[in-house]
Design a protein. Structure first.
Length: 159
């Protein structure tokens, strides 16, 4: 797992993913970065050959998504993300919140407030739309065959 530990949410997510992965029997390694110059040296320093790479999304990893995906492809590592744009930049797959739907809801809330609604009367909402995105070009480059049942469930398949 790769994450920018300078961001409190990322550090929390790394800890939670490690705990969950261990309960499922996966051996995990957290690769902690704080700067873009940390990315490749930190990944190269992994002692054992990883089987996959999960990247926690934040502005640092998002800005360097092409570099991260290039490194992973050179290492023949499948990558997993929670943000679609990482997959559009060459990652293997993502499953996460559909941000355009969140932005539309935010616009609806703003409209209600501008029309006089009291913000305290508007209930807090959790995301309700999540997208599975798969990049078939990356899967082919890695020599992976994505099961047809998984492709059928995908919200978007990049070919």
């Amino acid at each position: 797992m790769l994450g920018n530990v300078a961001v409190a949410d990322t550090a929390f997510e790394l800890r939670e993913v490690i705990k969950t992965a261990q309960t499922l029997g996966f051996d995990t390694t957290a690769v902690e970065i704080k700067l873009s110059t940390d990315i490749v040296p930190a990944l190269d320093a992994i002692k054992t050959q990883p089987q996959a790479l999960f990247v926690v999304g934040d502005p640092l990893t998002f800005t360097n998504r092409v570099q991260i995906n290039s490194w992973a492809l050179n290492q023949r590592l499948p990558t997993m993300y929670a943000i679609r744009e990482f997959v559009a930049a060459g990652g293997l797959m993502s499953y996460g919140t559909n941000f355009p739907s969140l932005f539309r809801r935010a616009a609806e809330f703003t409209d209600r407030i501008l029309r006089g609604a009291n913000p305290a009367d508007i209930p807090v909402e959790q995301p309700t739309k999540f997208d599975l995105v798969i990049n078939l070009k990356t899967a082919q480059a890695l020599g992976l065959e994505i099961p047809p049942t998984l492709l059928a469930r995908a919200d978007e398949v990049i070919e």
